[in-house]
Design a protein around this ligand. Sequence first.
Ligand SMILES: Cc1cc2nc3c(=O)[nH]c(=O)nc-3n(C[C@H](O)[C@H](O)[C@H](O)COP(=O)(O)OP(=O)(O)OC[C@H]3O[C@@H](n4cnc5c(N)ncnc54)[C@H](O)[C@@H]3O)c2cc1C
Length: 503
Amino acid sequence: MYVIFKLCCPDAGCLTFLLVLFGRVLGNSSFDWNFISVPQTWLGNRVIGFPRGKMLGGSSGVNFMVFGRGPSDEYNAWASLGNPGWDWNGLMSYFKKSETVPPGDANLHERWCICTIHPDPDSGNATGIFQSPRSVDPKGIRPYSASAYFSQEQSRSNLLVLTGAEAKKILLTKYGNNLVATGVTFTSGGKSLTAKANKEVIPSTSSIKTPQLLELSGTDQKALLTKLRIPVLQDLPEVGENFQVAFDLLSLHIEPAPFTRDQVVNNATFNDEQLALYAKTGSGPYAASGGLFSFEPLQAVLPRSQVTTILAQLDKEIKSTKATALRAAQYPIQRKLITDGRVGQIEFSFLPGGPTVANRLPDRSYISMTALSPRPFSCGSVHINSTTPTASPIIDPNYFAFTFDSQLLTSAASTPPENAADDGFASFSQQASWSVFHPCGTAALAPKSSGGVVDTNLKVYGTNNLMIVDASVMPLVFAAHMQGTVYAIAEKAADIVKKANNL
Ligand SMILES: Cc1cc2nc3c(=O)[nH]c(=O)nc-3n(C[C@H](O)[C@H](O)[C@H](O)COP(=O)(O)OP(=O)(O)OC[C@H]3O[C@@H](n4cnc5c(N)ncnc54)[C@H](O)[C@@H]3O)c2cc1C
């Protein structure tokens, strides 16, 4: 019998709670890990919030439900880092597995993208303006990974899900030249327990918690583990490095705005009424998807001379930056994506609400128009600085370490907003830039010689059966919203496991 053993942090009643809410559960520690970064040098020492879903289903249960694929060039870039099979064609069948096209809706993408200049952002070319599809089930309810995947399979006799359990360490034993994962220690109901494994052990604990678990288990850079007196079982210097995350510049808010989602967030009574209305009739603010997006190549936004100037700046910075093996392999690929001009280098979004407005007033309603940098060159890290499994890791996205990134955003949003600080737009961008909540890369898929952490079967180098399946394996951040790609990675991983076990 093949048993999938899944540990998950404190359960928030996930299968009974209608998680159509967006924005409202953020900051609530029953749902959100509420991680924060270390002070960001290039953002005036501000700390940046990194919300992450805590319930079964993780961040898919708290996210904004924008659903789609990235451009084909960007997945092809993953493959060109030395990852055969991890390109657009290799992922296509897995993208399709998480999408259901209702009968009669063969042209679903065209139908959803009603106002578009771009007819189908999921075609592999996502540049242009479009109204993004959202993850919504046929009843108009948010499907997230617990409801859409787990609830279909929960009665299986070979599946056990323990909620309220937190993994502390993966047990690794030397077997010949390799390590074998023999189990996981975890806490549940105040007790410390061990689950034994005789097949794969598969953490899917996010780009922030996965490096922590690997480090606590003895796989990471020797120097860090030695400092914390953790026995070094596998020296993998890039665990927790290559932390890539898109960030945005809140460029304009209209307030007071017409009716937006903020009214729901601001007023608990109104929220309860609207939830009840939605549950009864499927209508009201919770039925709305909303949100226009536009991914634009640099050449579509800036005059040629400005593109040349900021690329020259980029080249200077690449030359003077001490790069890891993985970053050195990525720079030319990332640069070529810019000069080819086929993928979005800037994302503009238009949202009915202001979930991340700095200094928002509690009774106001906003419309946000933001400029995002989906594929920044600034790159950070996530590492432990304590052996306590429940301690938050040290999260450093290193925002704006590359001046190129800030120049790109400030040039793109070239008309300074009314509420820009007096000392100029550069300073405004330091105060207003924020995370887009799409961290990835901390257990990157790449050849070991290029600083990879997992191989093309998502197996951690030097181990026989330890696989990682979450956004941390994405080797390069890309210009799209990530949930659809996380599902595709998980679907591909399922095939890898089935094949390895002759299933
Ligand atoms: C606020 C927000 C808005 C977003 N909006 C969108 C959007 O609109 N569209 C989109 O495509 N993407 C969006 N995203 C991103 C998307 O949700 C994530 O990229 C995706 O969910 C990442 O999946 P993951 O499996 O890597 O991690 P997660 O989904 O975060 O899952 C990790 C799981 O592991 C659990 N866990 C962690 N540590 C342990 C431990 N030690 N023991 C046991 N369990 C543990 C966590 O509790 C969680 O359940 C958003 C994310 C956030 C936070």
